[in-house]
Design a protein around this ligand. Sequence first.
Ligand code: TRP
Length: 460
Amino acid sequence: MKNDTRENFGSKLGAVLAAAGSAVGLGNIWRFPIETGQNGGAAFIIVYIACVLLLGIPIMMSEFFIGRHTHTNTAGAYRKLAPGTQWKWVGRLGVLSGFVILSYYSVVAGWTAEYTVLAVGNCFEGKGPDTFPAIFGEFVSNPWKPLVWMFAFMIVTHVIVVRGVKGGIEKFSKVMMPALFVIMLVLTVCSVMLPGASEGLEFLLKPDFGKITGSTVLSAMGQAFFSLSLGLGCLCTYGSYFRSDTNIGKTALNVALIDTFVAVMSGFIIFPAVFNAGYAISSNDIGPSLLFITMPNVFQQAFGSMPVLSYLVSVLFYFLLVVAALTSTISMHEVVTAYVSEEFGMNRRRAAAIVTVACSVVGVFCSLSFGPLDGARLFGMSLFDLFDYVASNIFLPVGGMFVSIFTGWYLDKRLMRDEITNHGTLRVPYLRLVVFILRYFAPIAIGVILFNQLGLFRLF
Ligand code: TRP
């Protein structure tokens, strides 16, 4: 597509919501509570928020303006801004991360689809907290059911990517995102009022800083990148659709605020429910099942006396979760497809098909690691956990580190200033702070956290 004929987001709100659609997903509602549970609660949340503010927002601004300036996807952006250099490897690393994350993400996305169907079939009614772990366990260990859902999810993602991301995504996000927001707000109020909720609230609000270790900090940073869709080039693509008067700093701030708010809300929905149901909270017991065993319990406990309401809320919640997951899988698939199509000079349809098939094959192994391949371990982790760990805690931060070095050191400083201030038409009082973070703070902080944990040296 030529630059001048490229479509843009119709409104500023549309731009924010579409980027937020990529950011808000299973990372907030499924992964954030798991990480919070495994890493000790309140203290983890504080480190997480610090990572969002100090690393997430400046790096998000970089991805946005690289995209808007070059009017192209990540791989193409590095080719345009740094032709003939090795910077293209940053784009390639992003593509690899997208491929890996998409493969296991669609497994969990498939679970949300199964749970939507269970909710529609009213399968949770009248059941107690003891039954939900078994329902989940039976489902994920079934050799074919999760696979069918994963394939279904991949195919829907595929079809949307082939048709072009732009068309519907803005309209879609404009309706679905606020709907998800409202239903989560309702669920937060319900959950906080459950008997036994206070223990959950204490877990979320009373920090025990003694629990912060190198691995906690790495997990918080990984979660921040994962949740904000950073380090992979997704937001570059969205930035490429921004209009020239879009305020990049404000947009990044808004997306980060929405994303963090949804994540924290998920914590406030899930942890009171965990304590209410009497599920164990020790870090070994908290895993991928958390969302799927606590939520049916919330619907039963909070609306038990009003079965119609309980039914409607559960159907709506899982359905919106499917939609939130879909807007995220689309954004990742798009990055990989755009790369394959441009790098190997094939049309989008073909490139997308290759990506879909390859991700599905890898996804099969991720899915089976909850069933028939349960015992298989690599570096002490199941394939699913290993992919999740490596992609979020290593690939994404490394990608983010290079993005900050690229904008902070390689690019002409004027370019960054022009993009952030829209060629001097915006007053951006925090410009110097952003430049400082991108040049010094982000690369050093990410490097120290990574190397510390990977054992190259130990500071904390
Ligand atoms: N941020 C999304 C979520 O929270 C997942 C996601 C979409 C993502 N695009 C990404 C994660 C790019 C990392 C990089 O569910």
